[in-house]
Design a protein around this ligand. Sequence first.
Ligand SMILES: Nc1ncnc2c1ncn2[C@@H]1O[C@H](COP(=O)(O)OP(=O)(O)OP(=O)(O)O)[C@@H](O)[C@H]1O
Ligand SMILES: [Mg+2]
Length: 449
Amino acid sequence: METMKAYPSNSKYINPQHYYHNRTVLVDNYLKRSPNPVSLTQLAQYYDDSTKLTRTKIINSGKFVKGELVIRIAHKLDQLQQLPFNVVNNFHFVQVYESYYNIFESFRKYPTIRTLEDASQFADFIKSMLEGFNTLNLPHLIMGALECTILNLYPREKMDELLSDLLRARISRRLIVEEHVSITANYTSGKRENTLVLGDIFQECNAKKYLLEASEEAQKFIQDMYFKDIPMPEFIVEGDTQLTFYFLPTHLKYLLGEILRNTYEATMKHYIRKGLEKPQPIIVTVVSNDESYLFRISDKAGGILHDDENLWSFGKSKERAQESLNNFHKLPGLQTVSIYDQVHSNTNYSPKSKSIPPMTLKPYMHTSLEPMSYPSIINGHMKYETPLIELLKRSFRYKLGIGLAMCKVYAEYWNGDLSLHSMPGYGTDVVLKLGNLMKHTEKLQLDKV
Ligand SMILES: Nc1ncnc2c1ncn2[C@@H]1O[C@H](COP(=O)(O)OP(=O)(O)OP(=O)(O)O)[C@@H](O)[C@H]1O
Ligand SMILES: [Mg+2]
């Protein structure tokens, strides 16, 4: 009950003063400004049309990131405030809200960036923000959506829209922030040249290598679910097998990972259900042209068995959402620690010891909200989008019902799409298309706030 009141007792932001603060600061000031749509090239070059990394560019980058992030997060706060009270006051959503408010306040009050040292300190500050409780926003967002679906607090279509929207904004914010961290690190280590698109965040990815890795991962999960020596389907990569292209490694890994998990699982279930001699092969066809890259993942696993109108929805049906939520609570590393415990508790939590300070767990002890463990991500090194990769590590036993919905958001973000063609009784083709980023560098990609 402690966490369900209108003003959580430990909250720094959601308290009776919040309303007035909100009016004078957020509404009257920041919401009047619009975010700047940015293209990837602009982000990489900071408007001086060159790839040279200069002191001025690093400083300008810092100034831009600080100003831009405050405005972007302000608009998301506003969007959350417009939700029905029961929704934004949901245990998980309130964590996200509080964390966004925390970002808003911290960035807003951050001193003006004037020198290279300022910009460099600012990069460290952003890194610490990303490594902190914000890593839990992704699971909290999804769990919040599941709970609201289960409780009928918000129509499913609108919830899907809200989530996709918040996720897209999250991708854009992270790109903006990561770019500053990346070019600052490059500049201070003596590098004077930035690549055309976003320093180190984007990399040349070998399509076949990523496919084989995702397939190996999926096989491990299959062995874990059945037994070690279970026969595996043949995995064949055809078409443009030599393809390499610039992309965000974590996003590519996540997309192929989720899709192949589904394919492998369906193939193995079909093999067992039909008592086949061996599992049917999985064939991936890679095709590319100037505009985009396409992966067609074909299986002969009997197609989608039941008509599921909620296939692309987060959490699917109410019943599925309940199962998924239960599974979320079982996921190691992606637990439901409350931001209040971490940010506002007085206990000396040492990041080195993984044990949980007993006091901080008190409000959730013996409830479904009891945390599993402290996130490994807090102790580990920050890599771009760690929370996303953490999601991929879940066992097949823990279905979350979010795979296709998440992949659609990410594929569409990168000017692509995801579709599924099921032939009941035969098999399924999943088609993932990703835009060629080098073709779209002038596109105002990061306007998706
Ligand atoms: N290749 C496939 N063959 C048959 N059914 C499939 C295939 N791909 C997806 N499906 C069906 O689509 C459903 C939705 O997939 P989705 O990845 O969105 O969620 P999930 O796999 O159930 O849960 P998770 O969030 O853990 O991925 C699956 O439950 C499965 O029934
Ligand atoms: Mg799935």
